[in-house]
Design a protein around this ligand. Structure first.
Ligand SMILES: [Zn+2]
Length: 195
């Protein structure tokens, strides 16, 4: 089964099925209403998970939502699948890690994450390293891509760093500490004894 935009006919991936059509912006699909709702909820969850992972992991260079057959992806029990490229991880091949839904955090579907290094990512692209079956379709979840205004967060991080370096009294303290230490050293060893 293929998913199409019913307005312009474009064939869509699982992620695109849950968002506005990249060609015409329509949200109408050749799907049952309940499948459309799951497609939309999973697409939103994918964006939110990616946004958080970019925020907490500075080495994250790329997050891709992987998907297989459309009719499988619309089952609520089918995990949302993430390929995460992290410069700070160790190369350990393709090791899928499963996570349960966490409704309290807005995660209503299970997920599976494969975390790889940029070097391993190059091997995946060259087909020297293979992903599990059903991971064939890729949607890049870019750092600044939106759903929830993703690029606001990187701006916040920059400004809070700037604020820290302005307000941080530690440079003064660092200068002070050794001089206090020197003073104490002199006193203890009687070097300040007047001649
Ligand atoms: Zn369309």
């Amino acid at each position: 089964m293929m998913i199409n935009c019913t307005k312009c006919g474009r064939e869509l991936t699982a992620q695109q099925a849950g968002e506005a059509c990249p060609t015409c912006g329509s949200l109408d699909r050749n799907l049952k209403v309940e499948d459309q709702i799951i497609a939309r909820d999973k697409a939103r969850m994918a964006r939110e998970v990616a946004k958080k992972h970019y925020e907490v992991e500075p080495g994250m260079t790329r997050i891709i939502r992987c998907s297989g057959q459309a009719d499988v992806e619309f089952k609520p029990s089918e995990p949302v699948k993430f390929l995460e490229v992290n410069a700070n991880t160790v190369a350990s091949g393709v090791l899928p890690l499963g996570f349960d839904p966490a409704p309290a955090s807005g995660i209503h579907f299970p997920s599976v994450i494969v975390e790889i290094t940029p070097g391993e990512y190059a091997k995946v692209q060259a087909k020297q390293l293979s992903l599990p079956e059903g991971w064939a379709n890729w949607d890049n979840l870019s750092r600044n891509s939106d759903a929830t205004g993703g690029n606001g967060s990187s701006r916040r991080i920059t400004s809070s760093r700037k604020g820290q370096s302005h307000d941080n009294p530690s440079p003064d303290r660092e200068l002070q500490m050794p001089s206090q230490g020197r003073d104490r050293f002199r006193t203890v060893h009687g070097l300040d004894r007047p001649e």
